[in-house]
Design a protein around this ligand. Sequence first.
Ligand SMILES: Nc1ncnc2c1ncn2[C@@H]1O[C@H](COP(=O)(O)OP(=O)(O)O)[C@@H](O)[C@H]1O
Ligand SMILES: [Mg+2]
Length: 313
Amino acid sequence: MSKLDIAIVGEINLDLILYGLPEQMPTERELLASDFAITLGSSSAILAHNLAALGSRVGFVTKIGNDLFGSLALDRLRERGVNLECVACGPKSGVTLILPHGRERHILTYPGTISELRFEDLDLDYLASARHFHMSSLFLQRELLPHVPELFRHMKSAGLATSLDTNDDPDDLWGSGLDEILPHVDILLPNEREAMRISRAGDVETALSRLAQRVETVVVKMGASGAVAMRDGRRLSAAAVPVAVVDPIGAGDSFDAGFLHQFLRGADIATCLSYGNLCGAFSTTECGGTEAFRNGDRMQEFIRRHDTHRQAR
Ligand SMILES: Nc1ncnc2c1ncn2[C@@H]1O[C@H](COP(=O)(O)OP(=O)(O)O)[C@@H](O)[C@H]1O
Ligand SMILES: [Mg+2]
């Protein structure tokens, strides 16, 4: 039996969030925040954390600085039991400063090691020891990107199921080998905008059917409208779970966690979709993408209260 259900390759950093700053931010003034949070950020790390919190056996491969922010970020994953034995080390961890002003936010990132993971840093035997392989935030992996088609091809031929959440392309080009990667992807998990950009479609339904011609299972996340999926020519949709949203950071990654947690257990796509919605909604009930999932009792209580597919576990 594999010791890992899933191996995830991707980025990690901390999010530092300063709440209650004034709307105008003049320079040379001392501006006071009303609250402050340090939370585990980065799509890939949020997914690894939340999947492990749900009970999947997760191996996470990333590059992190040998510094305080690096160890704090890894501690958050260790707390959930994520396997970190193949994490690589680089010169300096990245960090993201999030400054909410009412409904708007400044998001300032120093990428550090985020984009520095190289193909040579990966232990392919370790990755292939899992049952499933996943990547998030494809376009942030600047060093690894040219090798990603080869990586997915290798994982498929080693017998793993594969999934990809591209997240946004900061250059908005949507090239970078996607044509060579998608044939080796079993599940594609974009949000609405990303689905339309990847498929060059003007609406979600066209995007869904175009992408379904290239990937076995396509799942499009649609914020407060829930999610739709297409598999074997069948279209399924699932409504979002109504919640009081504190902040939407990491909702898409938490959706991925819920969806993949069920997929790894052999559940049908309808169950995966509704569990994805459940986890996406739960993530919005606290700040950042992982804080909600650090409280196991609250997570179980939320799942019990809202779950409509109880038979799947
Ligand atoms: N306001 C909300 N209310 C309930 N669920 C939400 C809300 N926003 C997001 N979600 C859940 O999180 C999922 C992912 O959110 P979305 O914003 O579409 O992705 P991303 O974060 O990748 O942009 C949605 O499909 C939904 O299940
Ligand atoms: Mg996303």
